[in-house]
Design a protein around this ligand. Sequence first.
Ligand code: NDP
Length: 308
Amino acid sequence: LKPTVVITGASSGLGLNAAAALAKAGDWHVIMACRDFSKAEMAAKKMGMPAGSYTVMHLDLASLNSVRNFVENFRASGSRIDALVCNAAVYLPTAKEPTFTADGFELSVGTNHLGHFLLANMMMEDLNNSPSEHPRMVIVGSITGNTNTLAGNVPPKADLGDLSGLLSGSSMIDGKEFDGAKAYKDSKVCNMLTMREMNKRFGGGKVLFSSLYPGCIAETGLFRNHVPLFKSLFPVFQKYVTKGYVSEEEAGKRLAQVVSDPNMGKSGVYWSWNNATGVFENQVSEEVSDDGKAAKLWEVSEKLVGLS
Ligand code: NDP
């Protein structure tokens, strides 16, 4: 049996391209953990992923029951696991009103953070039973949550505040008025805080933890909810002004590298790429490096997903 990677949101964009890179290289089996079975199957075929190199399994991160069912189905399948990639995300920059997950959480934080938080915690048991010496847990981050960068300083900026809104069931983590773009950025800060807290709690053991910013993949489905003018100008802006643009294929190769490259087996790292010099260990923002906030987010999230 080949080493196996579970990738959430592998039906488009970064997740699909990483899945295709790993499956086509021939030494990995990919479990595409997706909410839309037929979309995932068609996407895999379109990418030329060989039959037998992948399995599609149902996972809707906007439902905690679906996450629990996924883990049960995964275990019942008898599959091995050597890496888990928490990649799926929604981004709702033009939403005027919040929308919600099955469990009543604001959709972007509920899907991108809380769904993955439960999945990552439950799958720790499976990763610890992996035949790999050091299985990997990768949680996709973003520069948009990094206020120590130019892109991360475009308003509205990520800011979890004192997490009072998350605790009290408000649509924003900081308890302020709903803002779809900020909710996404906050969720990416949560993803990176979760990776750091996991590394603090379990690092030095069997499982290796990492996050990454793959570059600005300006043409993915992530921007599907944006206004048309933005969708046509954003890739051009990223290519020629910020020069942060990366194709879906190249971004997929970067994520595949974090999963499989023996030289990237260091835990607790936030990986980024420089067009000239390649991969490097990036600095996280002040908020993402706040250990107290990481611990508090962990405690609140555990309660919300029913782990404590
Ligand atoms: P896409 O929209 O192309 O892909 C997102 C994936 O997440 C899709 O497969 C989508 O499924 C899936 N998804 C959404 N909601 C759920 C859900 N409830 N349950 C299961 N799966 C779900 O976006 P990207 O590829 O751009 O984004 C992938 C990751 O990369 C995200 O974590 C994002 O934050 C990150 N990222 C992206 C950047 C960019 O420039 N694009 C930059 C930095 C980070 P479906 O196909 O069914 O819609």
